[in-house]
Design a protein around this ligand. Structure first.
Ligand code: FMN
Length: 351
């Protein structure tokens, strides 16, 4: 095995790759799991506007004790509604841990509660996750054992995916990682095209490393396990270029999803990205949803700032930045509502 893996490089859009990628299919778009961001209220709201093929729970930490039923229901309340958000988007249950047995039992429990798809997290780079997430990528035997044990514990019709980074220190590790997790019966591999070392750095992005592993005939991917490309897909152009570079027809979107709530339709080329005024409405709707979940005012304000922060960073920097900084000083929901209304009036007057 082993074509050399290209070096990482921040994404530079290339008009020819984008144009060629636009002719390629896109079969599935997923909303990424994001701990502290893509929680149940966020999933409810975002999947109302974005026609995602599936969304994911935040990672559920599994220790030597399997996840309790009540934990699974708290983290994934969708399980009480056929495993779907109100708008009918399936929610895949993501588990994180290092104990094959308790992960397998946790997966079975999620299925008993109604889950039809499970994901294993070998991608989280957090230093607060001890012996779990992407740290396990340096233990291929263990991630193999976990994946095989969870697969064996589930009925064949239960969809199992594995989400991981290219490696711990270098993308050269990806072949070993893929060989470990490409267990027969695994339905999908989701690759965040960065190493653990590169965290979320723009210059750590490495879509071509996905291509290299897909082209490697000795990798487990020759068994035909579909691959989902993830990392810095932020709009239609980057999605098209990613299709062209990786030849993955499945994509996952994380941080850019909030500035463009109708992201899947945008990536498919069937809708324009929602204008800012509509995105501000979605932000407010998110605030209302959080209140329905009993979130106290201070936390709602923090989450609104987080939402607008992502929208500002990934889409509307030029127009939203001054407003965003004012918004960050707001303390109450009354102030937030006034600021959002005033901004919408201003946008209406300008538009
Ligand atoms: C705040 C935050 C929380 C995240 N939490 C998770 C998680 O719980 N599980 C997981 O597999 N990945 C998690 N990720 C990684 C994302 O799912 C995704 O792989 C990463 O953000 C790259 O995609 P993007 O460039 O589209 O954002 C998280 C990322 C961020 C920024």
């Amino acid at each position: 095995m082993g074509t050399a893996v290209p070096a990482p490089q921040a994404l530079v859009l290339d008009a020819q790759l984008v144009e060629a990628g636009a002719t390629l299919p896109l079969s599935r778009v997923y909303l990424a799991p994001m701990e502290g961001v893509c929680d149940p209220p966020m999933r409810q709201v975002i999947t109302r506007y974005g026609h995602y093929d599936e969304c994911f729970s935040e990672f559920i930490r599994v220790t030597e004790e399997p996840a309790a039923y009540k934990t699974l229901l708290r983290e994934v309340p969708e399980l009480e509604h056929g495993g779907k958000t109100d708008s009918g988007c399936l929610c895949r249950v993501q588990l994180l841990g290092d104990n094959p047995n308790s992960l397998a039992i946790s997966a079975q429990r999620a299925v008993e509660l109604g889950a039809t798809s499970i994901d294993l997290n070998f991608g989280c780079p957090s230093r607060f996750v001890h012996h779990g997430g992407s740290l396990l990528l340096k233990e291929p035997e263990l991630i193999h054992e976990i994946t095989a044990r969870v697969r064996d514990a589930l009925a064949p019709e239960i969809f199992l995916s594995v989400k991981f980074r290219l490696g711990v220190m270098s993308a050269e590790e990806v072949a070993t990682v893929v060989a470990a997790v490409a267990v027969p019966g695994v339905n999908e591999l989701i690759i965040h095209a960065r190493t653990r070392k590169d965290l979320y750095k723009a210059e750590g992005l490495n879509w071509p490393a996905i291509t290299t592993i897909m082209d490697d005939e000795s990798s487990g991917l020759s068994h035909g396990i579909p691959v989902v490309a993830n990392g810095d897909i932020t709009d239609r152009a980057s999605s098209c270029q990613c299709r062209m570079v990786t030849r993955c027809w499945r994509q996952m979107v994380g941080r850019a999803a909030f500035g463009t709530p109708n992201m899947p339709q945008v990536l498919h080329g069937t809708e324009e990205a929602m204008p800012l005024a509509a995105v501000l409405d979605v932000a407010w709707e998110f605030g209302l949803e959080l209140q329905k979940y009993g979130c106290p005012e201070k936390s709602v304000m923090d989450r609104l700032k987080q939402f607008l922060g992502y929208a500002n960073k990934y889409r509307f920097k030029d127009v939203l930045s001054p407003f965003f900084y004012t918004f960050c000083r707001a303390q109450t929901l009354g102030e937030a509502q006034q600021l959002l209304s005033a901004k919408k009036l201003e946008l209406g007057a300008a538009g």
